[in-house]
Design a protein around this ligand. Sequence first.
Ligand code: AMP
Length: 220
Amino acid sequence: MDIILFGPPGAGKGTQAKRLTGALNLPQISTGDMMRAERASGSDLGKQFDDYMSKGLLVPDELVLALFGKRLAQPDAAKGAILDGFPRTVAQAEALDTLLESLGRRIDTVVSMEVSLDEMIERVVLRRTCEGCGQIYHLRYNPPPSQGACGKCGGKLVQRADDTEEVVRKRYEEYLTKTAPILEHYRKKGVVKSVDGLGGLDEVEGRIKASIAPPPPDQT
Ligand code: AMP
C-alpha cells in the first residue's frame, strides 16, 4: 500500500506519518528528513539542498527524484510506503506514478490534511524537532517532557532554520503555486480523501486511519 500524506507545511504530515508506520507496517519516506540528513553530513549535495531549503523554496525535481528513487528501492519499502512531503510538484507526482507502475503498484490514497494558514504558521513557529531521532514536538500542544531534550532519545531539540514565520510564508507560497495542483492530478484518479487536520494527535490519526481503510464489503 502506498499512501501520500499531503498538506501545507505544518499540517502534521511528519507527526502523523511517524505514528502510522507501526499501525500500517510501512516505512515513512520524508524527502525533507533525507535532505536535512544530507545537509548535516556536510556533503556538496547537502549544500545544494540547503540553498533552496533555507529560502523556503522547493528543491529542483531532478535532485529530489534521484534521492527518492534510491530510497524507494530499499527493501523496507518493497510492499509500500507512507510518503511525507513527496511529491511536491505535478512533475514529481507523474514520475512517482511511473515508478510505482513499473513495480506493479499505485498510489492507493492521498490523504489531504487541511489546516488554515493562521493555524499552520502557529504550528510551525512553535514546532521543535529532535536533532537525534527526528521526533516532533509542539511547545503548546505536544510539549517535550523536559525543556530542550527529546522524551524519546534525550537528543537536543532545535527549531528548524526554515520554521520562522518569514520562511514559512515563502514555503506556503510554493505550496499554493507548485504543490496544491497535485491534488487535482490525484482527484482525477479518485484517490483523494480530505481529512480535518485540526484537533488532538489521536483524533487526527483516527481520521486518517478511517480515510485509508478499505470500504466495507458490499453486503447486498
Ligand atoms: P519538509 O521537511 O517536508 O517540510 O521539507 C523541508 C524543505 O525541504 C522544503 O521546504 C523544500 O525546500 C525541501 N523539500 C522537501 N521535500 C521536497 C520535495 N519533494 N520537492 C522539493 N523540495 C522538497
